[in-house]
Design a protein around this ligand. Structure first.
Ligand code: AP5
Length: 219
């Protein structure tokens, strides 16, 4: 399957993507994770992206689309993928359509995670991520690690993202409403959007997502 995951910052896209990708046997492709990996490796791409990310703004399309295209061209993505954080504006959605069309492929579904704003703010404020693997995501209250500051999965150090400050989160939410939400209408016009509530236990949300994807696949 080729799926796009959409939702505000802190909705739980990364958390759900880890489970859904495993269940569906497709790679989880997160442009945010790709940028963070480039930043920690000190690449030119990372240097270009950093200032935008720290400010909560979108990294320019010229940089982002090429990076996403390269990742989707990897052999593990030949049979499908779960995109998390891409596309993030209508220009990126059009570029993705064009990429797929040129290979005679298409998207199967766009999974829209709905969460009220006060909840995403709480989720982001308490989020802690593993330095070794950004798929290892915790929350100080909702999903605490067994030992404070230490990843349960691999023993790595847990840290708080630089862009998880109150001010940057406000900008990221505004960017989401003005630039990313319009892609939901763009994909609705193609009959691809399935919306679920991302409230409740992580496992309940995964179950809801799997059911919605199965239904959209039958339809
Ligand atoms: P990105 O990394 O994509 O960040 P985001 O979209 O802001 O999303 P988050 O990673 O903050 O949240 P999430 O929805 O994955 O939530 P999570 O699962 O961690 O992008 C960062 C930046 O990179 C952008 O601002 C931009 O600058 C740049 N960028 C990336 N892609 C780009 C693109 N395409 N174009 C241009 N620029 C781009 O969960 C959050 C917390 O909640 C965790 O602590 C988790 O444990 C907890 N949680 C999850 N689910 C539940 C639940 N059900 N109940 C309770 N707690 C929960």
């Amino acid at each position: 399957m080729r799926i796009v995951l959409v939702g505000p910052p802190g909705a739980g896209k990364g958390t759900q993507a880890a489970y859904l990708a495993r269940n569906l046997s497709i790679p989880h492709i997160s442009t945010g994770d790709l940028f963070r990996a480039n930043i920690s490796q000190g690449t030119d791409l990372g240097k270009q992206a950093r200032a935008y990310m720290d400010a909560g703004r979108l990294v320019p399309d010229e940089v982002t689309i090429g990076m996403a295209r390269d990742r989707m061209a990897q052999p593990d993505a030949a049979g499908g993928f779960l995109l998390d954080g891409f596309p993030r504006n209508v220009g990126q959605a059009e570029a993705l359509d064009e990429m797929l069309r040129s290979e005679s492929l298409k998207l199967d579904a766009v999974l829209d995670l709905e969460v009220p704003e006060d909840e995403v703010v709480k989720r982001i404020a308490g989020r802690r991520i593993c330095r070794n693997d950004s798929a290892h995501v915790f929350h100080v209250t909702y999903n605490p690690p067994k030992a404070e500051g230490v990843c349960d999965a691999c023993g790595g150090e847990l840290y708080q993202r630089d862009d998880d400050t109150e001010e940057t989160v406000r900008t990221r939410l505004e960017v989401y409403h003005t630039q990313t939400e319009p892609i939901i209408d763009y994909y609705r016009a193609q009959g691809l959007v399935v919306t679920i509530s991302a409230l409740g236990k992580v496992t309940d949300v995964t179950e809801r997502a799997m059911e919605a994807l199965e239904k959209s696949d039958e339809g």
